[in-house]
Design a protein around this ligand. Structure first.
Ligand SMILES: Nc1ncnc2c1ncn2[C@@H]1O[C@H](COP(=O)(O)OP(=O)(O)OP(=O)(O)O)[C@@H](O)[C@H]1O
Length: 372
């Protein structure tokens, strides 16, 4: 049973500007969904429409099969009746209240009995590992501790759905990592549905069970993060996921039975698709190669010059030039390649992607064989 369903949701601000364009999305019970995309693509607007803080221009929203918004039927359930919790970037705790009071206050407003409130506050403080700060004021806590209190406050009423808008963006890198792990653990233990706005692809990648990648208000792809990484729907999705980013090599292709001979300016390769493809006799393509699939070898393969080599301990990121084509490569382990040295590289496996140069769509995955 889906928890949240958006049906053909559009949001227009003023006259021309369309923030969200005919969005259809089904978020299943217990999912951890990230709304991901560049600044201004409509992530926050989408989250706020689910919460009831923004009114869609068109479409319908269901939460737990209850219709909470419909322009056609004139339904618009108020935010406090949607049984969702929100956590925003500026999670302002009440400075004049202790941690205990910050958490209990909302429950008191909901007319919970006193003993139940007390038990719940203690329980949630234990879950968030903030029991020892229960009598402190926010000013006596670190940023990470304050953030944990804010999460505890949001989770206290047991919302089935937790909506979060870049909740970690004010924290430093180390704390952000700790809080990511905390959120993931929390998602497992509460069994709640999390909807999480971020513009950080690595955050979406590591946290979510599904990623909803949006560009200019239009949904590009909605799938588990590894599927988005390995089988991006188009060039935009491929480029957005991964760091260093995917190599895109423009080429001209001529069909050879099931395979395509690709001429990429300074070298040619034979692309053999994993599944049969229907392709024209000739066409323009973009070959997508993840940096980890550029395999640096001894003396065989395509010749490249090392522009830069960045060993980081576990892996080494290389920038290679094949005349005027620049490629990134990631080699496992700490290997320092000398600047300007000549190396050779090849291709292994079957995760290379053929994109249509015009439509930018992913046509299929396959393997590569160097021809010259
Ligand atoms: N109240 C508003 N009035 C007019 N335009 C708005 C309003 N709120 C958002 N927009 C516009 O709608 C579009 C989507 O905004 P939104 O805040 O949803 O993007 P976002 O993906 O969350 O961006 P960011 O990552 O920068 O927060 C943007 O072009 C924005 O300028």
């Amino acid at each position: 049973m889906p928890t949240i369903r958006l049906v053909d949701i559009t949001k227009k601000f003023g006259k021309g500007s369309i923030a969200v364009n005919h969005l259809n999305l089904e978020i299943k019970d217990g999912d951890f969904v990230s709304l991901l995309g560049p600044s201004g693509c409509g992530k926050t607007t989408t989250l706020r429409m689910i919460a009831g803080l923004e009114t869609p221009s068109e479409g319908e929203i269901y939460i737990d099969d209850q219709l909470v918004f419909s322009d056609a039927k004139g339904v618009n359930v108020s935010p406090d009746k949607r049984n969702v919790g929100f956590l925003f970037q500026n999670y302002a705790l009440w400075p004049h209240m202790t941690v205990y009071k910050n958490i209990s206050f909302g429950l008191e407003n909901m007319k919970w009995p006193k003993e139940k409130i007390d038990a719940r506050v203690k329980e949630i403080c234990q879950t968030m590992r903030i029991e020892e700060y229960i009598q402190r004021y926010p000013s006596e806590l670190s940023g990470g501790q304050q953030q944990r209190v804010a999460i505890a406050r949001t989770l206290a009423p047991n919302p089935r759905v937790l909506l979060m808008d870049e909740p970690l963006s004010n924290l430093d890198a180390k704390l952000r990592n700790d809080m990511r792990a905390e959120l993931k653990r929390l998602h497992m233990t509460t069994g709640a549905t999390f909807v999480y706005v971020t513009h950080d692809q690595s955050e979406a990648m590591t946290l979510s069970s599904k990623v909803c990648l949006i560009k200019e208000g239009v949904l590009q792809q909605y799938c588990p993060p590894l599927a988005l990484y390995g089988e991006p729907a188009n060039l935009f999705c491929a480029d957005f996921m991964g760091n260093p980013t995917m190599n895109f090599i423009p080429c001209h292709g001529i069909k050879k039975d099931q395979a395509v001979e690709l001429t990429c300016r300074h070298f040619s390769v034979l692309f053999t698709p994993n599944q049969p493809l229907t392709l024209p006799a000739e066409g323009d393509y973009v070959l997508g190669v993840r940096p980890e699939f550029v395999k640096v070898r001894g003396e065989e393969g395509i010749e490249g010059t090392v522009i830069s080599s960045l060993p980081s301990g576990m892996e080494t990121t290389l920038s290679l030039a094949v005349k005027d084509i620049t490629l990134s490569a990631v080699a496992f382990g700490s290997v320092d390649f000398a600047m300007d040295s000549v190396i050779h590289f090849g291709f292994e496996g079957d995760r290379y992607i053929l994109f249509d140069a015009q439509s930018t769509e992913n046509l299929g995955l396959g393997s590569l064989q160097i021809l010259n």
